[in-house]
Design a protein around this ligand. Structure first.
Ligand SMILES: [Zn+2]
Length: 517
């Protein structure tokens, strides 16, 4: 397909984004972000939470111990980790014949800072880039590292997975991701994202991702400067994940299949189901390599064979436990709400530092695993035919909107924050309160609950949602795709996205055909 045609279609898509996107602003109180590049964008609004308390506790400790200031660590001679610069780490293997770089940050802006720091200690040409998987925080800065002849390695599944992020559900995923990564919360309220430095969404709009030059399935080996590097396909956090094993260094790079927090078996920003059982198998495969150094793409390295074995074992056991408990519950005809409230990690795993629910969460995982296997229906007959206007009718039974609002405020004052938020959600669904009355109270309940949550994703989502209620939708710029990347995009992606962007209701009786050549 000719580039000109792609450019035309990109323009067409952009037009539809503007005309059909969030402009249909019958905003529900929770409507969150827009996709517009309007000049009202909040560049880097500092704080919008009234009297923000300094976060203390597990999240603050995680930010200090597992993220920290930007720095380069030489983990073992020739193996460097740049950490604290972005959400994901960059790992560099220095050889006599040049460097191999594993994961390249989310944006060219952040990647340049990483490259400058790494080149100061490990100068050399970039012989190869390895993408552990296609999530944007691992690939967006590739352009900064590319030189003449640089190879880019990834699994065969990589490109299809990358394209999904630009597919039909991109706008929905972007809006939820923006809430989860919270662009306008202060560092006092959200010091890090548990796995790394908070993302710079504005910088990431300008992607420097490059298509892999070499892909494989199963496993493969590359050799650079006398160092052989094994790449092993290892599904888990994604279907396109790999791990990197360098026997000469005793070093294993697990990508996102291991980091220092309970794994995100399901992400609240919304993606298709994660292959949890394969994740367990991938961790087992890593254990067989018996590494001395484990360098995850998020959080800090684990050093020493015994500690790594324990860490990987606990991690796989925790995932296996949650998975098996869901299977047991489902087979016992336990409904999903009961299951997600009941299932906890066993005591010997719940105390482990690398399994704290600061990024992933057990109850979200239970729901993710269940629905990936059983779909939305959880076996309850009473849920098959829900009545209309449930919330309004329930609230009338509860004594009316004012009584429920009073109860929600009083619950908040007593510290019953989940209950208060639940009641406010019901009030919102009922439509019985005017938005001017509802929104400040709903925001207050999100805020109180958010500030009590140590999981950085849940905390950010609640606090940013409160900001949206108080200040209006977040304004996000549009992603720009440079010509080099545009050249590599399959035309099918554009045609796949196009129908959902049309104003279908206005054209139901229009019969036109277009012929693209
Ligand atoms: Zn990641």
């Amino acid at each position: 397909m000719k580039k000109v045609m792609k450019l035309i279609i990109v323009v067409v898509l952009s037009v539809f984004v503007v005309c059909c996107g969030d402009a249909s602003s019958d905003k529900t109180p929770d409507s969150d972000v827009t996709d517009s590049d309007s000049e009202t964008a909040q560049d880097d609004a500092e704080v919008d939470v009234d009297s923000p308390p300094i976060v203390a506790g597990a999240l603050a400790e995680q930010c200090e111990a597992q993220v920290g200031n930007p720095r380069v660590i030489e983990v073992t001679p020739g193996l460097f980790l740049a950490t604290g610069y972005d959400l994901a780490n960059t790992i560099l293997v220095q050889t006599d014949d040049g460097n191999v770089v594993i994961d390249v940050s989310m944006s060219p802006t952040r990647a340049q800072q990483v490259k400058d720091a790494l080149m100061a200690v490990a100068p050399g040409p970039t012989r190869a880039i390895i993408y552990t998987h296609s999530h944007l925080d691992h690939v967006g800065g590739a352009s900064v590292w590319m030189e003449e002849g640089t190879q880019i390695w990834a699994t065969d599944a990589f490109f299809g997975h990358l394209m999904k992020q630009y597919g039909s559900f991109r706008q929905a995923e972007t809006k939820r991701a923006a809430l989860m990564h919270a662009t306008d919360l202060s560092l006092e309220v959200l010091p890090c994202s548990s796995l790394g430095k908070r993302v710079d969404l504005a910088a990431a709009l300008n992607t420097g991702v490059r298509k892999p030059t070499h892909t494989f399935s199963g496993s493969t080996e590359i050799e650079v400067g006398g160092i052989s590097i094994e790449l092993v396909e290892a599904h888990g956090e994604t279907h396109d994940q790999l791990f990197v094993w360098i026997p000469q260094m005793g070093a294993l790079m697990p990508g996102d299949n291991y980091y220092h927090a309970f794994p995100n078996l399901y992400t609240i920003r919304g993606t298709s189901p994660r292959p949890v059982k394969e994740w367990i198998r991938s961790l087992d495969k890593m254990r067989t390599r018996q590494p001395e150094f484990l360098l995850p793409s998020h959080t800090q390295p684990v050093i020493g064979q015994a500690l790594i074995q324990e860490s990987l074992r606990d991690y796989r056991d925790a995932i296996q436990w949650v998975y098996d408990e869901v299977v047991r519950g489902a087979n016992n005809v336990e409904d999903l709400d009961s299951m997600s409230a009941r299932i906890k990690l066993p005591a010997h795993l719940a105390v482990k530092a690398n399994l704290q629910e600061l990024y992933g969460q057990v109850d979200w995982s239970v729901r993710g695993i269940y629905s990936s296997q059983m779909g939305w229906a959880d076996g309850r007959a009473d849920r098959l035919y829900p009545p209309a206007n449930v919330a309004a009718r329930e609230i009338e039974l509860m004594g009316g909107a004012q009584a429920v609002l009073d109860a929600a405020k009083s619950a908040r004052a007593k510290g019953e924050l989940k209950w208060s938020t639940h009641l406010m959600g019901k009030l919102r669904d009922s439509g019985l309160l005017a938005v001017e009355t509802l929104n400040p109270e709903l925001a207050a309940s999100y805020e109180a609950l958010g500030l009590s949550v140590q999981n950085s994703n849940g905390r950010a989502y609640l606090l940013q949602s409160a900001n949206v209620l108080k200040n209006g939708p977040m304004v996000l710029g549009k992603p720009t795709i440079d010509e080099i990347f545009l050249e590599t995009l399959p035309i099918e992606t554009f045609f796949d996205v196009l129908p959902a962007r049309l104003k279908a209701n206005e054209t139901l009786e229009v019969f036109e055909s277009a012929n693209f050549q």
